[in-house]
Every structure is written in C-alpha cells, then in structure tokens.
Design a protein around this ligand. Sequence first.
Ligand code: T3D
Length: 255
Amino acid sequence: MAEVEVSRDGAVQTITLNRPDKLNAFTVGVHEALQGALEEARDPGVRAVVITGAGRGFSAGQDLSAFGESGDIASMLRATYHVNVLAIRALEKPVIAAVNGVCAGAGLSLACACDVRLASDAAFFVPGFVGIGLIPDSGGTYFIQRLLGTPRAFEWMTSNRRLTAAEAHAWGLVSEVIEADSFAARMAERAAELAAAPTRAIALTKRLYDEAGTSTLEEQLEREAEAQAAAAQTEDFREGVAAFGEKRAARFSGR
Ligand code: T3D
C-alpha cells in the first residue's frame, strides 16, 4: 500500500495520507509522495483537491520515531514541509482539508494551509508541538494566527489543549462539522461543488486573500483591479453573464 494514495473523480483529485497505524504521521517518504501528488494536482483538468487521511487520523504530524532522519531540523523543514505547504498555496484551485480524525502538530499546520477545512465529528485537534517542547512550524504560526487571531492562537498553541470538532467550528478553525457516517459523501459533494465553480476566479481570489495580509489598501485595490481584468477575460465570465441573462444555472468550464 502506498503511503500516500491519489485518486481522481472527474475534476476532483483526492490525496489520502495512508499510514493509519501511525495516525498518518509524516516521514520523508510521506513528504516525497505528497510532493508528487501536489505536482499531479497542477493538471488543469483538476479543479479541486481534497487532502484527507486513512483510518482514524488526518495526521499526527511529524513521525516522532523518525526525527532527524534527514539531518538537522531546519534543513529537514525546508526540504519537506515547506515545499508542500508552499505547493498548496501555489495551486491555482481550491484545496480542501477533509479532517476525518486526529489532527496534530504539523498535520494541523497542513490542514490550516488548505483553503477550506471540513471536519468529521470524530476529529479532534491538538497543537502537539508544545507537548514535546517545540514551536508551531510548517506554517503553524502563520495560518493559525490568521484563522484565530493572535491571542487565541497563542493561548491554544502554548496549552496543547485538545479541541473537539464542535469547538474548532465555534472558533472558526473549520467551516463545517459532519457526522462521521456521512463524512465521505459530504466531502465528495463539497469538492464537486468547488470543482464546478469558475476555477480562474477562485484561483485569483485565493491569491488575493494571501496577498491581503501584507498589502496596503492602495496596493490591494490595484491587485483586485488587475485580477478582475484577468477574470473578465475568461470563458467562465462570459458563461456566468449569459446564464444570468437566460435565467439558468451557469456551466463553468474552468477556462
Ligand atoms: O524535525 C522535525 O520533524 C520538526 C517538525 C515537527 C513537526 C511536528 O509535527 S511536531 C509534533 C509531532 N506530533 C505530536 O507530538 C503528536 C504525538 N501524538 C499524540 O500526542 C497522540 O498520538 C495524539 C494526541 C495525536 C492522538 O492520541 P490518541 O490517544 O488518539 O492515539 P495514540 O494511541 O497516542 O496513537 C496511536 C498510534 O499512533 C500509537 O502507535 P501504537 O502505540 O499503537 O503502535 C502512537 O505511537 C502512534 N502515533 C501517534 N502520533 C505519532 C505516532 N507515531 C509516530 N509519530 C507520531 N507523531
């Protein structure tokens, strides 16, 4: 069995972390396979990506039995987690973290690097890092600060408190909590919705929100104007306007 499985259903690519006995903890092999899967996801035929986990875990973060397997920690982070976190942000399509279960440490950072987070009611969220005397890496100080704000992010990430899916929803960490029995079906439905959306507009929106955190208002208004000019050149814009005029649902192609 591959440690990362990739499947395709129409325009949806699903990437499943697959080390269920270790709650899908990361090793160098998992990173490399995930990197390959994210490269595959760049195919224009893929219009939405789902990252999920096999078994009862999404990911418990770094495999603690494989610490230091590739030299010093900073170099390992640069060569593995950083590559995949940046690849998720660079994908010009929505990436959904389908958090099926335990989500801890760098697994939590990875989920927070995605554009949308859905959680099973069987999921729970644990900072992990502070429990072993580390800082939140792999984007854990970046994304979680943006999602929760500094006071709540600091308090949680320094407490190692276990958060239920319902609490994560109340905090805005996940957008939806789904009963475990219907999780796979709802995940597929949400991914299909996103894959049927105007992909170029979604990709431009993703980039604009990433840039908004460090832009001035003037810069951001200019970026919006440029992105809108690009969106207005797409077939999907023409289709959206035509569908509105004809009082029918739009059929977006992603072009
Ligand atoms: O150089 C670098 O790598 C720096 C980068 C660091 C990034 C990080 O992610 S640091 C944080 C690493 N993660 C953790 O510290 C979390 C460790 N795991 C736990 O605290 C707990 O397992 C959980 C709270 C996540 C889940 O608890 P629970 O009770 O539901 O499950 P469990 O029984 O603890 O775990 C089930 C199995 O998975 C167990 O194996 P066994 O005994 O049945 O053979 C356990 O050892 C294994 N497992 C869980 N987490 C990890 C792991 N094995 C390796 N690495 C893990 N992170």
